[in-house]
Design a protein around this ligand. Structure first.
Ligand code: GLN
Length: 450
């Protein structure tokens, strides 16, 4: 009730939630109380949280931030949602996002932009900007996000919270509205790495309904927290400290690395030579998969349908023209173009080859070091409305996107503020990367900085 009141008081301005579900929340809180009274409290019993509006939630609107799904009440729960319910959590509602998770600033939502709680003139990052802002503003202690090219880590950095993108396949994608299926991965966003460890433990695991989820045991992600970092080998990718990196972000990251040295870690420079190709490869692969995933929104089975269609083609055309926003249409056009006959080999196939090289860069680096560290984003949060050019927006994801192409896990942790003080400036994120399934290590390394 305290959080529902806080949402009422603050979220009119922040716009971090698309749907608030007070009745369901109070009912699950009562159930959690009853479970505790019976002595069979689940692991996260009574923990309030919010869920990105990209996860299907039974009986609750699931919009994907799009006019297309403004009228869509999901008939089932995503596996992540099902698992969170089983863990005893209490969902307060669904968070705002860029339409179909396409964006880096949350300005592409049909429901309007989200404001950054640290500075309401700034964006919260995207696409999980609503989740990041809700946690940063203390509306909920934790939220769920998804990360296709940085959408958990970059908003976590912009809002001064912790966000983990797990290894591809670690968390089931079943019931998460698909953007780019070979890159999408769900993960926790919370104040600390310790909180993320508890949440990851609740949502991870094999799922027969997602053939890309990995059949591998789920460890206790809190078990390694606090294990000494003596001898930890940290690599600093030289490509992550080049042109375009804001000097204050760079100095905050370098200060953080010094903290790890004082904890007994050793630091060396490494190279990820194909970094430069990550954004071009991503902006071929992600729109290609998106154009295919979004073909299901035809105005027939569910979602927005235009009024008085003249015939079937008119129904398709106008439903999609009205239902999708500008950025989504741009991605569909790029995707259908790169997949079309005559262009497939030159674009899509080539991008897949580049993707393999990018993955190999990381595997080579992890032969030499245990973790990689660098900035999450080249700049702190920018002003609302400041980044109008799509290509400059795409460049925001320069340090996050390669991670999705390689399928490895990454975490962003708060590493200070511009001008060093929250009152003066916006938050800065430190990104820590590990090899496939190294989540326990990442969480421990992140934890010891906090
Ligand atoms: N900003 C990137 C994009 O627009 C990544 C988004 C995401 O991770 N969902 O595609």
């Amino acid at each position: 009730q305290a959080l529902l009141a806080r949402i009422k008081r603050l979220d009119g301005e922040l716009n971090s939630l698309i749907t608030v579900t007070p009745e369901q929340a109070l009912e699950s809180a009562d159930n959690a109380d009853a479970a505790r009274a019976r002595g069979d409290a689940a692991r996260l019993n009574g923990l309030p949280l919010a869920i990105k509006d990209l996860f299907c939630t039974e009986g609750v609107k699931t919009s994907a931030g799009s006019r297309m799904l403004d009228n869509f009440i999901a008939p089932f729960d995503a596996t992540v949602v099902e698992k969170l319910k089983a863990a005893g959590t209490v969902s307060l509602g669904k968070t705002n996002l860029d339409e179909f998770a396409m964006g880096s600033s949350n300005e592409n939502s049909f429901y309007g932009p989200v404001k950054n709680p640290w500075d309401t003139g700034a964006v919260p990052g995207g696409s999980s900007g609503g989740s990041a802002a809700a946690v940063a503003a203390g509306l909920v202690p934790a939220a769920m996000g998804t990360d296709t090219g940085g959408s958990i880590r970059q908003p976590a950095a912009f809002c001064g919270i912790t966000g983990l993108k797990p290894t591809y396949g670690r968390v089931s994608r079943y019931g998460i509205i698909a953007y780019a299926s070979s890159l999408d991965q769900a993960g926790p966003m919370a104040r600390t790495a310790e909180d993320c460890a508890h949440l990851l433990g609740a949502i991870a695991g094999h799922d027969l309904r997602d053939s890309t989820s990995v059949a591998r045991g789920v460890p206790d992600y809190t078990a390694e927290l606090g294990a000494p970092l003596t001898g930890l080998k940290i690599g600093l990718p030289k490509e992550y400290f080049g042109d375009g990196l804001d000097p204050e972000v760079e100095s905050a990251v370098r200060e953080a690395v010094k903290v790890y040295e004082s904890l007994g870690a050793t630091v060396r420079e490494v190279s990820l030579p194909h970094t430069h190709y990550a954004i071009p490869a991503y902006y071929v692969i992600a729109p290609a998969e998106a154009s295919s995933n979004l073909s299901r929104y035809d105005g027939v089975r569910f979602g927005h349908r235009c009024d008085n269609p003249a015939d079937l083609i008119d129904l398709y055309k106008r439903s999609r023209a009205e239902g999708f926003g500008e950025e989504v249409k741009r991605r569909i056009l790029i995707g259908t173009h790169t997949l079309s006959e005559g262009f497939f080999d030159a674009y899509y196939k080539k991008a897949q080859q580049v993707r393999r090289l990018i993955r190999q860069d990381f595997l080579d680096a992890f032969e030499e070091v245990d973790v990689l560290m660098g900035p999450t984003s080249p700049t702190p949060a920018f002003d609302l409305g400041a980044n109008k050019d799509p290509v400059s927006m795409y460049l925001q994801d320069i340090y996050t996107i390669a991670v999705n192409l390689a399928g490895i896990p990454g975490i962003s942790v708060p590493a200070g503020f511009v001008g060093k003080r929250p009152a003066e400036g916006r938050p800065i994120g430190l990104q820590i990367l590990g090899t496939h399934f190294a989540e326990s290590r990442l969480l421990n390394v992140a934890h010891q900085f906090q």
